[in-house]
Design a binder for this molecule. Structure first.
Ligand SMILES: Cc1cc2nc3c(=O)[nH]c(=O)nc-3n(C[C@H](O)[C@H](O)[C@H](O)COP(=O)(O)OP(=O)(O)OC[C@H]3O[C@@H](n4cnc5c(N)ncnc54)[C@H](O)[C@@H]3O)c2cc1C
Length: 505
Protein backbone atom coordinates (compact mmCIF):
# COMPACT_ATOMS: atom_id res chain seq x y z
CA UNK A 1 0.00 0.00 0.00
CA UNK A 2 1.18 3.52 -0.61
CA UNK A 3 -0.02 6.65 1.15
CA UNK A 4 -1.67 9.53 -0.59
CA UNK A 5 -2.66 12.46 1.59
CA UNK A 6 -1.47 14.19 4.67
CA UNK A 7 -3.94 14.18 7.50
CA UNK A 8 -3.92 15.24 11.07
CA UNK A 9 -6.09 13.79 13.77
CA UNK A 10 -6.04 15.77 16.97
CA UNK A 11 -7.13 13.92 20.06
CA UNK A 12 -7.88 15.50 23.38
CA UNK A 13 -6.98 13.47 26.43
CA UNK A 14 -8.88 13.04 29.64
CA UNK A 15 -12.11 14.58 30.79
CA UNK A 16 -15.71 14.57 32.04
CA UNK A 17 -19.11 16.24 31.68
CA UNK A 18 -21.38 14.44 29.26
CA UNK A 19 -22.87 10.99 29.48
CA UNK A 20 -24.65 9.22 26.67
CA UNK A 21 -27.77 7.25 27.45
CA UNK A 22 -26.60 3.97 26.00
CA UNK A 23 -28.79 1.29 24.64
CA UNK A 24 -28.21 -1.43 22.09
CA UNK A 25 -30.23 -1.42 18.86
CA UNK A 26 -33.10 -3.86 18.96
CA UNK A 27 -32.91 -6.61 16.36
CA UNK A 28 -35.44 -5.77 13.64
CA UNK A 29 -37.59 -8.54 12.31
CA UNK A 30 -35.85 -9.16 8.99
CA UNK A 31 -37.70 -12.29 7.87
CA UNK A 32 -35.34 -12.56 4.88
CA UNK A 33 -32.12 -12.90 6.95
CA UNK A 34 -30.88 -16.42 7.78
CA UNK A 35 -27.81 -18.31 8.89
CA UNK A 36 -26.05 -19.87 5.90
CA UNK A 37 -26.35 -23.27 7.63
CA UNK A 38 -30.08 -23.07 6.85
CA UNK A 39 -29.49 -22.48 3.13
CA UNK A 40 -30.35 -25.16 0.56
CA UNK A 41 -27.46 -26.91 -1.18
CA UNK A 42 -28.50 -25.27 -4.44
CA UNK A 43 -30.56 -22.12 -5.09
CA UNK A 44 -31.32 -19.73 -7.99
CA UNK A 45 -31.55 -15.92 -8.17
CA UNK A 46 -31.63 -13.01 -10.65
CA UNK A 47 -28.75 -11.32 -8.79
CA UNK A 48 -26.14 -12.59 -6.35
CA UNK A 49 -24.38 -9.85 -4.34
CA UNK A 50 -21.24 -10.89 -2.44
CA UNK A 51 -20.45 -8.78 0.63
CA UNK A 52 -23.03 -7.05 2.83
CA UNK A 53 -21.12 -3.85 3.56
CA UNK A 54 -21.49 -0.13 2.86
CA UNK A 55 -21.99 -0.71 -0.87
CA UNK A 56 -23.51 -4.22 -0.93
CA UNK A 57 -26.49 -3.53 1.33
CA UNK A 58 -27.93 -0.50 -0.48
CA UNK A 59 -27.29 -2.25 -3.80
CA UNK A 60 -29.01 -5.55 -2.88
CA UNK A 61 -31.84 -3.71 -1.12
CA UNK A 62 -32.54 -1.62 -4.22
CA UNK A 63 -32.42 -4.53 -6.68
CA UNK A 64 -34.80 -6.55 -4.47
CA UNK A 65 -37.67 -4.18 -5.26
CA UNK A 66 -38.25 -6.01 -8.58
CA UNK A 67 -35.95 -9.02 -8.77
CA UNK A 68 -34.81 -11.95 -6.65
CA UNK A 69 -31.52 -11.16 -4.92
CA UNK A 70 -29.20 -13.25 -2.75
CA UNK A 71 -26.84 -11.28 -0.48
CA UNK A 72 -23.95 -13.30 0.97
CA UNK A 73 -22.12 -11.91 4.02
CA UNK A 74 -19.25 -13.73 5.72
CA UNK A 75 -19.89 -12.06 9.11
CA UNK A 76 -22.87 -12.07 11.47
CA UNK A 77 -25.71 -9.67 12.23
CA UNK A 78 -24.80 -6.42 14.03
CA UNK A 79 -28.08 -6.40 15.96
CA UNK A 80 -27.79 -7.40 19.59
CA UNK A 81 -23.98 -7.13 19.46
CA UNK A 82 -23.33 -4.36 22.00
CA UNK A 83 -19.70 -4.06 20.98
CA UNK A 84 -20.94 -2.84 17.59
CA UNK A 85 -24.06 -0.91 18.53
CA UNK A 86 -22.98 1.05 21.63
CA UNK A 87 -20.78 4.11 21.31
CA UNK A 88 -19.25 3.47 24.73
CA UNK A 89 -17.84 0.18 23.39
CA UNK A 90 -16.22 1.80 20.37
CA UNK A 91 -13.00 0.00 19.50
CA UNK A 92 -13.66 -2.99 21.77
CA UNK A 93 -14.29 -5.17 18.71
CA UNK A 94 -10.60 -4.78 17.80
CA UNK A 95 -9.80 -6.89 20.87
CA UNK A 96 -11.80 -9.85 19.62
CA UNK A 97 -9.43 -11.81 17.41
CA UNK A 98 -11.68 -14.89 17.15
CA UNK A 99 -12.89 -16.08 13.72
CA UNK A 100 -16.37 -14.73 14.59
CA UNK A 101 -15.10 -11.23 15.43
CA UNK A 102 -16.61 -8.33 13.45
CA UNK A 103 -13.03 -7.20 12.76
CA UNK A 104 -10.16 -8.99 11.10
CA UNK A 105 -6.69 -7.67 11.88
CA UNK A 106 -4.05 -7.38 9.15
CA UNK A 107 -0.70 -5.65 8.75
CA UNK A 108 0.31 -3.80 5.59
CA UNK A 109 3.75 -2.17 5.16
CA UNK A 110 4.21 -2.53 8.91
CA UNK A 111 1.01 -0.61 9.67
CA UNK A 112 -1.55 -2.46 11.79
CA UNK A 113 -5.02 -2.35 10.26
CA UNK A 114 -8.46 -3.97 10.42
CA UNK A 115 -11.16 -5.00 7.99
CA UNK A 116 -14.83 -5.55 8.70
CA UNK A 117 -16.55 -8.92 9.01
CA UNK A 118 -20.21 -8.22 9.80
CA UNK A 119 -23.47 -7.43 8.05
CA UNK A 120 -23.02 -3.68 7.54
CA UNK A 121 -19.30 -4.01 6.77
CA UNK A 122 -17.18 -1.01 7.74
CA UNK A 123 -20.24 0.83 9.10
CA UNK A 124 -20.21 -1.68 12.02
CA UNK A 125 -16.68 -0.89 13.16
CA UNK A 126 -15.91 2.60 11.92
CA UNK A 127 -15.76 5.91 13.79
CA UNK A 128 -19.13 6.89 12.34
CA UNK A 129 -18.17 10.25 10.79
CA UNK A 130 -20.30 11.01 7.73
CA UNK A 131 -19.38 13.52 5.05
CA UNK A 132 -20.38 13.46 1.38
CA UNK A 133 -17.68 13.14 -1.30
CA UNK A 134 -16.43 15.97 -3.48
CA UNK A 135 -17.92 16.51 -6.99
CA UNK A 136 -14.57 15.37 -8.48
CA UNK A 137 -15.24 11.90 -7.05
CA UNK A 138 -18.57 11.64 -8.89
CA UNK A 139 -16.78 12.38 -12.17
CA UNK A 140 -13.98 9.87 -11.50
CA UNK A 141 -16.59 7.27 -10.51
CA UNK A 142 -18.69 8.09 -13.61
CA UNK A 143 -21.74 8.94 -11.53
CA UNK A 144 -22.97 11.53 -14.00
CA UNK A 145 -26.61 11.92 -12.95
CA UNK A 146 -26.36 14.66 -10.33
CA UNK A 147 -29.94 14.36 -9.15
CA UNK A 148 -29.56 10.59 -8.66
CA UNK A 149 -26.37 11.26 -6.66
CA UNK A 150 -28.28 13.66 -4.40
CA UNK A 151 -31.30 11.36 -4.05
CA UNK A 152 -29.02 8.42 -3.24
CA UNK A 153 -27.29 10.36 -0.46
CA UNK A 154 -30.66 11.43 0.94
CA UNK A 155 -32.00 7.86 0.80
CA UNK A 156 -29.22 6.76 3.17
CA UNK A 157 -29.24 9.85 5.37
CA UNK A 158 -32.94 9.55 6.14
CA UNK A 159 -32.31 6.22 7.88
CA UNK A 160 -28.83 6.20 9.36
CA UNK A 161 -27.28 9.68 9.63
CA UNK A 162 -27.63 12.32 12.37
CA UNK A 163 -26.21 15.79 12.97
CA UNK A 164 -24.18 15.41 16.17
CA UNK A 165 -24.79 17.27 19.39
CA UNK A 166 -21.52 19.19 19.19
CA UNK A 167 -19.60 18.86 22.42
CA UNK A 168 -17.79 21.79 24.05
CA UNK A 169 -14.42 20.42 23.01
CA UNK A 170 -15.52 20.01 19.40
CA UNK A 171 -16.92 23.52 19.22
CA UNK A 172 -13.64 24.88 20.58
CA UNK A 173 -11.86 22.97 17.83
CA UNK A 174 -14.28 24.43 15.26
CA UNK A 175 -13.49 27.96 16.41
CA UNK A 176 -9.75 27.20 16.50
CA UNK A 177 -9.72 25.87 12.94
CA UNK A 178 -11.50 28.99 11.68
CA UNK A 179 -9.09 31.19 13.66
CA UNK A 180 -6.17 29.27 12.12
CA UNK A 181 -7.47 30.08 8.62
CA UNK A 182 -9.44 26.97 7.64
CA UNK A 183 -12.24 29.18 6.36
CA UNK A 184 -15.05 29.86 5.79
CA UNK A 185 -17.03 28.42 8.66
CA UNK A 186 -19.63 26.43 6.74
CA UNK A 187 -21.76 25.58 9.77
CA UNK A 188 -23.61 22.26 9.60
CA UNK A 189 -23.52 20.50 6.26
CA UNK A 190 -22.91 17.03 4.84
CA UNK A 191 -21.43 18.60 1.68
CA UNK A 192 -17.70 18.65 0.96
CA UNK A 193 -16.78 22.34 1.15
CA UNK A 194 -13.41 24.01 1.69
CA UNK A 195 -13.38 25.43 5.22
CA UNK A 196 -14.56 24.17 8.59
CA UNK A 197 -17.85 22.37 9.13
CA UNK A 198 -19.90 20.20 11.42
CA UNK A 199 -20.87 17.01 9.57
CA UNK A 200 -22.92 13.88 10.22
CA UNK A 201 -22.50 10.78 12.35
CA UNK A 202 -24.10 7.35 12.25
CA UNK A 203 -24.38 7.41 16.07
CA UNK A 204 -27.73 8.77 17.21
CA UNK A 205 -28.03 11.14 20.20
CA UNK A 206 -28.47 8.09 22.48
CA UNK A 207 -25.10 6.72 21.43
CA UNK A 208 -26.53 3.92 19.29
CA UNK A 209 -24.77 3.08 16.03
CA UNK A 210 -26.89 2.86 12.88
CA UNK A 211 -25.15 0.58 10.41
CA UNK A 212 -25.86 0.00 6.73
CA UNK A 213 -27.97 -2.98 7.90
CA UNK A 214 -30.61 -0.41 8.92
CA UNK A 215 -31.11 0.29 5.19
CA UNK A 216 -32.63 -3.20 4.92
CA UNK A 217 -35.89 -1.69 6.16
CA UNK A 218 -36.24 -0.46 2.53
CA UNK A 219 -35.91 -4.04 1.18
CA UNK A 220 -38.64 -6.03 -0.49
CA UNK A 221 -38.91 -9.01 1.89
CA UNK A 222 -40.10 -11.31 -0.87
CA UNK A 223 -37.27 -10.28 -3.23
CA UNK A 224 -34.29 -10.41 -0.88
CA UNK A 225 -32.55 -13.36 0.79
CA UNK A 226 -29.65 -12.60 3.11
CA UNK A 227 -27.33 -15.30 4.35
CA UNK A 228 -24.96 -14.41 7.19
CA UNK A 229 -21.84 -16.42 8.03
CA UNK A 230 -21.78 -17.23 4.32
CA UNK A 231 -18.24 -16.95 2.93
CA UNK A 232 -18.01 -16.88 -0.86
CA UNK A 233 -15.10 -19.00 -2.05
CA UNK A 234 -15.35 -18.83 -5.79
CA UNK A 235 -17.31 -17.45 -8.72
CA UNK A 236 -18.10 -20.07 -11.35
CA UNK A 237 -17.65 -19.33 -15.07
CA UNK A 238 -18.96 -20.98 -18.23
CA UNK A 239 -16.12 -20.97 -20.74
CA UNK A 240 -16.71 -23.71 -23.29
CA UNK A 241 -18.28 -22.55 -26.56
CA UNK A 242 -18.16 -18.88 -25.55
CA UNK A 243 -16.09 -15.93 -26.70
CA UNK A 244 -15.91 -14.57 -23.15
CA UNK A 245 -16.27 -16.34 -19.80
CA UNK A 246 -19.78 -16.00 -18.33
CA UNK A 247 -20.25 -15.79 -14.54
CA UNK A 248 -23.13 -18.09 -13.60
CA UNK A 249 -22.79 -19.12 -9.95
CA UNK A 250 -21.05 -18.81 -6.59
CA UNK A 251 -19.70 -21.46 -4.22
CA UNK A 252 -20.00 -20.43 -0.58
CA UNK A 253 -19.35 -22.03 2.79
CA UNK A 254 -21.46 -21.88 5.95
CA UNK A 255 -20.15 -21.70 9.54
CA UNK A 256 -20.04 -25.50 9.79
CA UNK A 257 -17.83 -25.84 6.74
CA UNK A 258 -20.60 -27.08 4.44
CA UNK A 259 -20.45 -25.93 0.83
CA UNK A 260 -23.48 -24.50 -1.01
CA UNK A 261 -23.97 -23.29 -4.56
CA UNK A 262 -26.10 -20.36 -5.70
CA UNK A 263 -26.73 -19.97 -9.43
CA UNK A 264 -28.10 -17.21 -11.62
CA UNK A 265 -31.49 -18.14 -13.08
CA UNK A 266 -30.15 -17.59 -16.60
CA UNK A 267 -31.89 -14.34 -17.55
CA UNK A 268 -30.06 -12.19 -20.10
CA UNK A 269 -29.40 -9.47 -17.50
CA UNK A 270 -28.79 -11.66 -14.46
CA UNK A 271 -25.54 -10.78 -12.70
CA UNK A 272 -23.16 -11.56 -9.90
CA UNK A 273 -21.95 -8.40 -8.16
CA UNK A 274 -18.90 -8.28 -5.94
CA UNK A 275 -19.14 -5.83 -3.03
CA UNK A 276 -16.62 -7.47 -0.73
CA UNK A 277 -14.54 -4.32 -0.15
CA UNK A 278 -10.99 -3.26 -1.04
CA UNK A 279 -9.44 -6.50 0.18
CA UNK A 280 -12.29 -8.93 -0.44
CA UNK A 281 -13.21 -8.11 -4.03
CA UNK A 282 -9.77 -8.43 -5.69
CA UNK A 283 -9.12 -11.50 -3.52
CA UNK A 284 -12.30 -13.22 -4.71
CA UNK A 285 -11.59 -12.36 -8.36
CA UNK A 286 -8.20 -14.04 -7.95
CA UNK A 287 -9.64 -17.10 -6.16
CA UNK A 288 -11.99 -17.38 -9.15
CA UNK A 289 -9.19 -17.26 -11.74
CA UNK A 290 -9.17 -13.56 -12.73
CA UNK A 291 -5.90 -11.77 -11.96
CA UNK A 292 -2.18 -11.52 -12.72
CA UNK A 293 -1.14 -14.87 -14.23
CA UNK A 294 2.06 -15.25 -12.21
CA UNK A 295 0.16 -14.83 -8.94
CA UNK A 296 -2.58 -17.28 -9.95
CA UNK A 297 0.06 -19.81 -11.08
CA UNK A 298 1.94 -19.41 -7.80
CA UNK A 299 -1.23 -20.41 -5.93
CA UNK A 300 -2.15 -23.13 -8.45
CA UNK A 301 -5.36 -21.33 -9.41
CA UNK A 302 -6.65 -22.13 -12.92
CA UNK A 303 -6.56 -18.97 -15.04
CA UNK A 304 -9.96 -17.91 -16.37
CA UNK A 305 -8.78 -14.47 -17.50
CA UNK A 306 -5.36 -12.88 -17.27
CA UNK A 307 -5.89 -9.48 -15.65
CA UNK A 308 -2.69 -7.74 -14.53
CA UNK A 309 -4.50 -4.92 -12.70
CA UNK A 310 -6.47 -6.99 -10.17
CA UNK A 311 -5.12 -6.16 -6.70
CA UNK A 312 -3.17 -3.17 -8.03
CA UNK A 313 -3.54 0.54 -7.28
CA UNK A 314 -4.34 -0.04 -3.62
CA UNK A 315 -3.77 2.88 -1.28
CA UNK A 316 -4.66 4.14 2.17
CA UNK A 317 -4.78 7.61 3.65
CA UNK A 318 -2.15 8.32 6.27
CA UNK A 319 -3.12 9.59 9.69
CA UNK A 320 -0.78 11.51 11.98
CA UNK A 321 -2.09 12.28 15.42
CA UNK A 322 -1.24 14.97 17.91
CA UNK A 323 -2.39 14.41 21.47
CA UNK A 324 -3.41 17.43 23.51
CA UNK A 325 -3.49 16.69 27.23
CA UNK A 326 -6.19 18.61 29.03
CA UNK A 327 -5.95 19.83 32.61
CA UNK A 328 -9.73 19.84 32.85
CA UNK A 329 -12.42 17.36 31.97
CA UNK A 330 -13.30 17.02 28.28
CA UNK A 331 -16.44 15.16 27.35
CA UNK A 332 -15.92 12.12 25.08
CA UNK A 333 -16.77 12.69 21.44
CA UNK A 334 -16.17 10.96 18.14
CA UNK A 335 -15.45 13.11 15.09
CA UNK A 336 -18.00 15.94 14.65
CA UNK A 337 -15.92 18.62 12.92
CA UNK A 338 -13.65 18.57 9.91
CA UNK A 339 -11.31 21.23 8.57
CA UNK A 340 -11.03 20.86 4.79
CA UNK A 341 -7.90 22.75 3.76
CA UNK A 342 -7.14 24.20 0.33
CA UNK A 343 -4.03 22.01 0.07
CA UNK A 344 -5.87 18.68 0.44
CA UNK A 345 -5.25 17.76 4.08
CA UNK A 346 -8.10 17.22 6.49
CA UNK A 347 -8.15 17.96 10.20
CA UNK A 348 -10.39 15.86 12.41
CA UNK A 349 -10.57 15.21 16.06
CA UNK A 350 -11.83 12.93 18.79
CA UNK A 351 -12.19 14.29 22.29
CA UNK A 352 -11.95 12.92 25.78
CA UNK A 353 -10.60 9.47 24.98
CA UNK A 354 -7.96 8.71 27.53
CA UNK A 355 -5.16 6.84 25.85
CA UNK A 356 -2.88 7.84 28.70
CA UNK A 357 -4.16 4.83 30.62
CA UNK A 358 -2.16 2.76 28.21
CA UNK A 359 1.55 2.96 27.78
CA UNK A 360 3.71 4.77 25.26
CA UNK A 361 2.78 3.12 21.96
CA UNK A 362 -0.91 3.15 22.79
CA UNK A 363 -0.82 6.83 21.93
CA UNK A 364 -1.36 5.67 18.41
CA UNK A 365 -5.05 5.44 19.23
CA UNK A 366 -6.78 2.36 17.84
CA UNK A 367 -3.73 1.25 15.90
CA UNK A 368 -1.04 0.34 18.41
CA UNK A 369 1.24 -2.38 17.16
CA UNK A 370 0.87 -4.67 20.17
CA UNK A 371 -2.44 -6.34 21.14
CA UNK A 372 -1.70 -5.70 24.83
CA UNK A 373 -1.46 -1.93 24.15
CA UNK A 374 -4.72 -2.10 22.26
CA UNK A 375 -6.39 -3.76 25.25
CA UNK A 376 -5.15 -0.94 27.47
CA UNK A 377 -6.49 1.62 24.99
CA UNK A 378 -9.94 0.08 25.00
CA UNK A 379 -9.91 -0.22 28.80
CA UNK A 380 -8.98 3.47 28.90
CA UNK A 381 -11.97 4.40 26.76
CA UNK A 382 -14.35 2.30 28.83
CA UNK A 383 -13.01 3.93 31.97
CA UNK A 384 -13.53 7.41 30.63
CA UNK A 385 -17.16 6.62 29.77
CA UNK A 386 -17.65 5.20 33.27
CA UNK A 387 -15.96 8.11 35.02
CA UNK A 388 -18.13 10.52 33.10
CA UNK A 389 -21.05 9.06 34.93
CA UNK A 390 -19.54 10.14 38.24
CA UNK A 391 -17.83 13.23 36.82
CA UNK A 392 -14.93 12.29 39.03
CA UNK A 393 -12.02 12.29 36.67
CA UNK A 394 -9.60 14.98 35.67
CA UNK A 395 -5.88 15.08 35.26
CA UNK A 396 -4.16 17.99 36.95
CA UNK A 397 -0.79 16.80 35.76
CA UNK A 398 -1.44 18.70 32.55
CA UNK A 399 -2.48 22.02 33.99
CA UNK A 400 -0.45 24.97 32.64
CA UNK A 401 0.89 23.18 29.56
CA UNK A 402 1.96 25.45 26.71
CA UNK A 403 1.64 24.67 23.01
CA UNK A 404 5.37 23.89 22.97
CA UNK A 405 4.93 21.49 25.91
CA UNK A 406 2.23 19.68 23.94
CA UNK A 407 4.41 19.38 20.84
CA UNK A 408 7.33 18.21 22.97
CA UNK A 409 5.13 15.60 24.64
CA UNK A 410 4.08 14.25 21.24
CA UNK A 411 7.66 14.18 19.99
CA UNK A 412 8.72 12.38 23.14
CA UNK A 413 5.97 9.84 22.71
CA UNK A 414 7.55 8.93 19.40
CA UNK A 415 10.98 8.74 20.98
CA UNK A 416 12.28 12.09 19.71
CA UNK A 417 13.81 14.94 21.61
CA UNK A 418 11.66 18.04 22.12
CA UNK A 419 11.43 20.40 19.13
CA UNK A 420 14.15 23.02 19.05
CA UNK A 421 13.30 25.92 16.75
CA UNK A 422 11.67 25.26 13.42
CA UNK A 423 13.02 21.79 12.74
CA UNK A 424 11.14 20.51 9.70
CA UNK A 425 13.24 17.38 9.21
CA UNK A 426 12.42 16.29 12.76
CA UNK A 427 8.75 16.89 12.06
CA UNK A 428 9.07 14.84 8.88
CA UNK A 429 10.62 12.03 10.92
CA UNK A 430 7.82 12.38 13.44
CA UNK A 431 5.18 12.06 10.72
CA UNK A 432 6.86 9.00 9.21
CA UNK A 433 7.31 7.22 12.52
CA UNK A 434 3.86 8.03 13.87
CA UNK A 435 1.92 7.30 10.67
CA UNK A 436 -1.13 5.11 11.16
CA UNK A 437 -3.96 3.99 8.94
CA UNK A 438 -6.98 6.21 8.49
CA UNK A 439 -8.82 2.97 7.52
CA UNK A 440 -9.70 4.44 4.13
CA UNK A 441 -7.91 1.79 2.09
CA UNK A 442 -9.26 1.53 -1.43
CA UNK A 443 -8.44 0.34 -4.96
CA UNK A 444 -7.64 -3.16 -6.18
CA UNK A 445 -10.39 -3.29 -8.84
CA UNK A 446 -10.08 0.24 -10.17
CA UNK A 447 -12.45 1.77 -12.66
CA UNK A 448 -10.81 1.92 -16.10
CA UNK A 449 -8.40 -0.90 -15.16
CA UNK A 450 -10.46 -3.84 -13.86
CA UNK A 451 -14.03 -2.56 -14.34
CA UNK A 452 -15.50 -0.35 -17.05
CA UNK A 453 -17.58 2.79 -16.52
CA UNK A 454 -20.61 0.67 -15.62
CA UNK A 455 -18.57 -1.34 -13.08
CA UNK A 456 -18.62 -4.42 -15.35
CA UNK A 457 -15.47 -6.54 -15.10
CA UNK A 458 -13.50 -6.24 -18.36
CA UNK A 459 -13.31 -9.41 -20.44
CA UNK A 460 -16.10 -11.44 -18.77
CA UNK A 461 -19.91 -11.33 -18.82
CA UNK A 462 -22.47 -11.01 -16.01
CA UNK A 463 -19.98 -9.82 -13.40
CA UNK A 464 -19.55 -6.39 -11.78
CA UNK A 465 -17.62 -5.00 -8.83
CA UNK A 466 -19.32 -2.19 -6.89
CA UNK A 467 -17.52 -1.01 -3.74
CA UNK A 468 -14.51 0.99 -2.56
CA UNK A 469 -12.10 -1.29 -4.46
CA UNK A 470 -13.16 0.47 -7.68
CA UNK A 471 -12.21 4.03 -6.68
CA UNK A 472 -9.05 5.83 -7.77
CA UNK A 473 -8.88 8.14 -4.72
CA UNK A 474 -10.69 7.77 -1.39
CA UNK A 475 -13.73 10.04 -1.70
CA UNK A 476 -14.30 13.08 0.53
CA UNK A 477 -12.79 13.49 3.96
CA UNK A 478 -14.14 10.04 4.95
CA UNK A 479 -15.48 7.58 2.40
CA UNK A 480 -18.53 5.82 3.85
CA UNK A 481 -21.07 8.41 2.60
CA UNK A 482 -19.84 8.08 -0.99
CA UNK A 483 -19.67 4.27 -0.87
CA UNK A 484 -23.22 4.01 0.50
CA UNK A 485 -24.33 6.45 -2.21
CA UNK A 486 -22.49 4.42 -4.88
CA UNK A 487 -24.36 1.25 -3.83
CA UNK A 488 -27.75 2.95 -4.07
CA UNK A 489 -26.88 4.87 -7.29
CA UNK A 490 -25.75 1.72 -9.12
CA UNK A 491 -28.72 -0.26 -7.75
CA UNK A 492 -31.15 2.30 -9.22
CA UNK A 493 -29.20 2.46 -12.48
CA UNK A 494 -29.09 -1.33 -12.99
CA UNK A 495 -32.75 -1.63 -11.99
CA UNK A 496 -33.93 1.10 -14.38
CA UNK A 497 -31.92 -0.30 -17.28
CA UNK A 498 -33.35 -3.78 -16.74
CA UNK A 499 -36.92 -2.57 -16.34
CA UNK A 500 -36.58 -0.58 -19.60
CA UNK A 501 -35.10 -3.62 -21.39
CA UNK A 502 -37.81 -5.95 -20.03
CA UNK A 503 -40.47 -3.53 -21.33
CA UNK A 504 -38.83 -3.34 -24.76
CA UNK A 505 -38.96 -7.16 -25.15
C1 LIG B 1 -11.85 0.98 11.70
C2 LIG B 1 -12.47 1.77 10.58
C3 LIG B 1 -12.85 3.10 10.82
C4 LIG B 1 -13.41 3.86 9.79
N1 LIG B 1 -13.92 5.12 10.07
C5 LIG B 1 -14.67 5.74 9.13
C6 LIG B 1 -15.40 6.93 9.44
O1 LIG B 1 -15.45 7.40 10.57
N2 LIG B 1 -16.08 7.54 8.42
C7 LIG B 1 -16.09 7.04 7.15
O2 LIG B 1 -16.70 7.67 6.28
N3 LIG B 1 -15.44 5.91 6.84
C8 LIG B 1 -14.76 5.23 7.79
N4 LIG B 1 -14.17 4.04 7.50
C9 LIG B 1 -14.20 3.55 6.10
C10 LIG B 1 -15.52 2.94 5.62
O3 LIG B 1 -16.17 2.23 6.66
C11 LIG B 1 -15.21 2.02 4.43
O4 LIG B 1 -14.55 2.78 3.44
C12 LIG B 1 -16.47 1.40 3.82
O5 LIG B 1 -17.12 0.58 4.76
C13 LIG B 1 -16.09 0.55 2.59
O6 LIG B 1 -17.27 -0.01 2.08
P1 LIG B 1 -17.27 -1.34 1.17
O7 LIG B 1 -18.68 -1.68 0.90
O8 LIG B 1 -16.36 -1.14 0.02
O9 LIG B 1 -16.59 -2.46 2.09
P2 LIG B 1 -17.07 -2.99 3.51
O10 LIG B 1 -17.98 -2.01 4.15
O11 LIG B 1 -15.84 -3.38 4.23
O12 LIG B 1 -17.94 -4.29 3.15
C14 LIG B 1 -17.38 -5.45 2.61
C15 LIG B 1 -18.15 -6.65 3.19
O13 LIG B 1 -17.84 -7.81 2.42
C16 LIG B 1 -17.74 -8.91 3.29
N5 LIG B 1 -16.92 -9.93 2.62
C17 LIG B 1 -15.61 -9.85 2.27
N6 LIG B 1 -15.22 -10.98 1.65
C18 LIG B 1 -16.31 -11.80 1.61
C19 LIG B 1 -16.54 -13.12 1.10
N7 LIG B 1 -15.58 -13.83 0.50
N8 LIG B 1 -17.78 -13.66 1.22
C20 LIG B 1 -18.79 -12.97 1.83
N9 LIG B 1 -18.62 -11.72 2.33
C21 LIG B 1 -17.40 -11.14 2.21
C22 LIG B 1 -17.09 -8.34 4.54
O14 LIG B 1 -17.31 -9.14 5.66
C23 LIG B 1 -17.75 -6.96 4.64
O15 LIG B 1 -18.90 -6.98 5.44
C24 LIG B 1 -13.57 3.27 8.49
C25 LIG B 1 -13.19 1.96 8.25
C26 LIG B 1 -12.65 1.20 9.28
C27 LIG B 1 -12.24 -0.23 9.00
Amino acid sequence: MSYVWGRLLISALVATVYFYELCAAEAPNYSFMHEATEAPKISYFDYIVIGGGAAGIPLATTLSSKYSVLLLERGGSPYGNHNITMLSNIGSYFLDTSPSSPTQRFVSEGVVNSRARALGGGTCINAGFYSRGEPKFNKEARLMDESLVRESYEWTEKVMVFMPIVTKWQSVLQAALVEAGVTPDNGQTYDHLIGTKVSGTIFDPNGTRHTAADLLQYANPTGLSILVHATAHKILFKIKGRLRPLAYGVVFEDSQGNKHRAYLKGGERDEIILSAGALGSPQLLMFSGIGPKEQLDAHKIKVVLQQPFVGKGMADNPQNSIFIPSPIAVEPSTIHIVGITRFGSYLEDTGGFNFIFANHSAYQGFSPQEPEDLRKCVDGIRTIFKTFKTKAYSNYKYANMTVKDILDLNMNLQGYLPIKGNNSSLLEKYCKSSVRTMWHYHGGCQIGKVVDHEYKVFGVDALRVIDISTVLNAPGTNPQASVLMLGRYMGVTILNQRIASDKAH
